[in-house]
Design a protein around this ligand. Structure first.
Ligand SMILES: *[C@@H]1O[C@H](CO)[C@@H](O)[C@H](O)[C@H]1NC(C)=O
Ligand SMILES: *[C@@H]1O[C@H](CO)[C@@H](O)[C@H](O)[C@H]1NC(C)=O
Ligand SMILES: *[C@@H]1O[C@H](CO)[C@@H](O)[C@H](O)[C@H]1NC(C)=O
Ligand SMILES: *[C@@H]1O[C@H](CO)[C@@H](O)[C@H](O)[C@H]1NC(C)=O
Ligand SMILES: *[C@@H]1O[C@H](CO)[C@@H](O)[C@H](O)[C@H]1NC(C)=O
Length: 488
């Protein structure tokens, strides 16, 4: 049996013949595979030539034998026309949109119009319809997604969204995440949009220093500036990047004002604020728009936040830290072979970002347990043969990872301040470390309920192990909210 159909212009006959051919092929070659959906009957064997079938379909596309429709693809705003010999059966099978177009056509030619970026990948797209496989580069993802959406090929559409979600950290000369974010927003792909937004927020230091930063839309810039989960070196870094963005994009006054008012001035040391106030051209120009915030920030720096809170509402964003990676706020913690045993570390942070507190240090002890058992489960084991049982349970994965962070000394200075701990966990994506989780808690990751729940650190190939190490960064954030309650 072979593909012996000759090209005929009469679509109907050809369509049927092709259908029969494909059906026979399927029945004869992959009968087992179809039945196998349930289970291979006992005593029966499987002959599987599905790979060869795909190769023949690919050859059919490449050589155009038995074609019953020619696709004339016009590139918009150009004279360029590409002609692809195709088969109505395959097109209709894979795409509802093609099925409709082919039913209502008059001739053996179907004329299509595509934007230049889509026209450039059109052949790749049609080839996918024949063999269900596609290779692509970063910049081809959006045009292919547009085609998959237009011709309603939902499997490809979904596959491309997943591809984009998994390639956010890939290198590209001009950056691609901002473009993908904009595309996802336009098309209403909420999952992709949110992945892009979270990636930008969690990798902000890289983004601020990339060429991509200047290409952010106003809307995206303002929405990022509102977030408390941004991961970056310091608030000053964000201010400087904002200044660069404004210089390049020259937005209107209201946008500049609202962007400038989203900077958390309380988180910038007073020495730096003096400098900005006198030397930043942006600040000089818009001083009046942020004067009240600067005044509040200087008040914050001048005394203990506890004093401030007696008179002012300190539950506002300018006193709320983001996830700062600079050493004053926390420490990186790389744990080699994390499943081996419990580990501990200690590090120092400032008591708080206020100028009054920044020079006072707090020492923190952090303890990581790879297979910690909650008390309730532990008592059950204690009743049986204590130690052995616990160990067995722990090594068969019953326990789960936990981190607790406690101050080495307690001090009267802590009164009224609650320290929120944030653990940032990186994992490998396409060979690169990318922030995968951010966990917030006060003392123990038990509070979050799902700490490293899907990490499977036992597995050597776990994406959470980078050179057999778990990459963590702990940030300690003094929050003054509880002070407000104390005042009332
Ligand atoms: C048949 O072979 C293909 C390609 O080698 C493979 O992907 C598929 O899983 C096989 N099918 C069965 C039922 O084993
Ligand atoms: C297409 O036709 C050519 C010549 O007619 C033949 O050599 C080739 O094997 C055919 N291709 C397929 C996929 O049947
Ligand atoms: C079919 O052909 C007629 C006359 O040639 C034309 O008016 C009509 O628009 C065509 N329809 C389609 C769907 O191409
Ligand atoms: C941040 O983005 C860069 C590329 O822009 C990538 O190489 C790096 O792995 C990313 N890091 C994180 C923590 O996501
Ligand atoms: C602080 O403000 C946030 C949001 O504005 C609010 O959700 C929270 O309940 C406030 N906390 C206190 C203690 O007032």
């Amino acid at each position: 049996m072979a593909w012996t159909l000759q090209g005929g212009s009469s679509g109907q006959i050809c369509w049927r013949m092709l259908l029969i051919t494909v059906c026979l092929h399927t029945v004869m070659v992959t009968e087992g595979a179809l039945k196998q959906e349930g289970a291979l009957e006992s005593g029966s064997a499987l002959i599987n030539h599905s790979m060869a079938l795909v190769q023949r379909l690919e050859a059919l596309f490449a050589q155009g034998n038995g074609s019953d429709v020619a696709l004339r693809v016009h590139t918009a705003n150009s004279d360029e026309v590409k002609v692809i010999q195709a088969h109505t059966l395959v097109l209709s099978l894979q795409s509802e949109a093609f099925e409709d177009l082919l039913q209502s056509r008059n001739s053996s030619v179907l004329t299509l119009r595509e934007a230049p970026d889509c026209a450039a990948v059109f052949e790749k797209f049609i080839r996918y319809l024949y063999c269900g496989e596609i290779s692509l580069r970063l910049e081809q993802a959006v045009p292919l997604h547009k085609l998959a959406s237009k011709y309603r090929v939902s499997a490809l559409q979904h596959g491309l969204s997943v591809y984009m979600t998994q390639h956010l950290a890939s290198d590209s000369p001009g950056g691609h995440v901002v473009g993908w974010y904009q595309y996802a927003t336009q098309t209403g792909d909420v999952a992709l949009r949110d992945s892009c937004l979270q990636y930008l927020a969690w990798n902000l230091s890289s983004v601020l220093h990339s060429r991509e930063w200047a290409s952010l839309s106003e809307e995206l810039l303002l929405s990022l500036l509102q977030r408390s989960d941004l991961i970056l070196h310091s608030e000053l870094e964000l201010y400087e990047a904002l200044e660069a963005w404004i210089t390049q994009n020259q937005p209107g006054g209201p946008t500049v004002e609202s962007a400038l008012r989203s900077i958390r001035y309380g988180m910038i040391p007073p020495q730096q604020l003096f400098r900005l106030q006198k030397q930043s051209p942006l600040m000089l120009k818009y001083y009046e728009s942020v004067r009240d915030l600067l005044f509040l920030a200087f008040q914050f720096h001048s005394a203990s936040p506890i004093q401030l809170a007696k008179y002012f509402d300190v539950n506002c964003s300018i006193f709320t830290p983001r996830n700062y990676l600079s050493p004053a706020w926390g420490s990186q913690w790389v744990i080699n072979n994390p499943t081996r045993d419990d580990r501990s570390t200690s590090f120092q942070t400032q008591l708080g970002p206020s100028g009054h507190d920044a020079s006072k240090k707090v020492t923190w002890n952090a303890l990581f347990s790879p297979r910690w058992l909650p008390l309730s489960m532990r008592s059950a084991y204690a009743e049986s043969s204590a130690m052995l049982a616990t160990r067995a349970a722990a090594s068969d994965g019953t326990g789960h990872p936990r981190i607790i962070v406690t101050p080495a000394t307690s001090s009267a200075d802590f009164a009224g301040v609650s320290f929120q701990k944030t653990v940032i966990v990186s994992a490998r994506q396409q060979g690169k470390p990318v922030v995968r989780h951010v966990y917030n808690f006060h003392q123990s990751t038990e509070e979050t309920g799902d700490f490293l729940a899907d990490a499977d650190l036992q597995r050597r190939a776990s994406e959470y192990l980078i050179d057999s190490s778990l990459y963590l960064h702990i940030v300690v954030k003094p929050l003054y909210h509880s002070l407000i309650v104390a005042r009332k």
